[in-house]
Design a protein around this ligand. Sequence first.
Ligand code: PLP
Ligand code: COI
Length: 364
Amino acid sequence: MTLSFTRTANTSPTSEERRAEILANPGFGSHMTDHMVTATWRQGEGWIDAALEPYGDITMSPAASVLHYAQEIFEGLKAYRHEDGSIWSFRPDKNAERLNASARRMVLPELPVEDFLTSLRLIVEADQEWVPAFGDGEKSLYLRPFMYGSAAFIGLRPSTEVKYSVIASPAASIFTGGPKPITLWVAEKYARAGAGGTGAAKCGGNYASALAGQIEGAEHGCDQSVFLDSSTHTYVDELGGMNVFFVMKDGTLVTPELTGTILPGITRLSVLELAPEFGLTPVERRVPIAEWKDGVASGDILEVFACGTAAIITPIGELRWDGGTAPSTAGEGGGEVTRGLRERLLSMQQGRTDNTYGWMHQLV
Ligand code: PLP
Ligand code: COI
């Protein structure tokens, strides 16, 4: 049975002037829209009390399980306005599937795909004025569905009450200044996830564990850090919030294979599927960090880029580690394949090309 959502409009929404001011320069993740979606799950009852309501603070017991044991998962996707005013999202069914995969790993209840899609449609419909205009650069409305254990119980067990919510935030590119190459630090001391752990789930704990490595990178003047496998510190996993790709001289487009410690990115999946359009053979395999350190200088690696919903496709420039650097192959705005894939994805998301793969899903 699909959920039915009650709807309560925000009677004191953000003024038109203020909204225009925010949309002119949204940054990333700082401004929220006027509404949110909420639903509750209770053991024995299932999902109840689904609602679209005014955006506002949430209250919870200080004993709520999420605050102590981090039983929490989230998703991230964007809503794009097309030229005719309609609003679309990119492969949201994949986000629904990944939310449920994360839920299974974190012992949270699954949310039916249809209800997930309805929750996106409701918030975007209510806050459609917040979706940036067609042609306004790379701006979009970032949607953040999340779920957490809310039962007040300090004992360690899966929460018997869970909240699901969706909030939305207008977004420009996550990196200021467009697709400028980012400098990466190799986090050799810190891992974000370990074998048998939660790396493949989109749960908050993974991001908390990546912060120290991220800060270490920043202290070395880097924009982001790349994490290695925690067992041997030999293979490339991913960045704190992005997957990584290598364009190789031999015509392959390589990304680290999903070993359980890497988030299966939807952009990653799409890039693998688009590779043949660029005459490249997609390959998922383990990538030794030594191959990266040496491959740029030897010419075996032509381009390196990061990808994700927030990052879209971002060229990677210099790689730095404790004791060395590998130079950038990215030039000013990334290599040819990086730029080509970026434009291919963006043109689809923004509705400037046909929906050939059927990846775009209309919300409004
Ligand atoms: N890896 C991590 C750790 C992420 O947080 C994200 C962002 O969601 C990605 C990769 C890219 O995933 P997607 O392309 O689905 O946004
Ligand atoms: C996304 O790209 O959607 C992410 O979740 C990255 C993020 C942690 C800002």
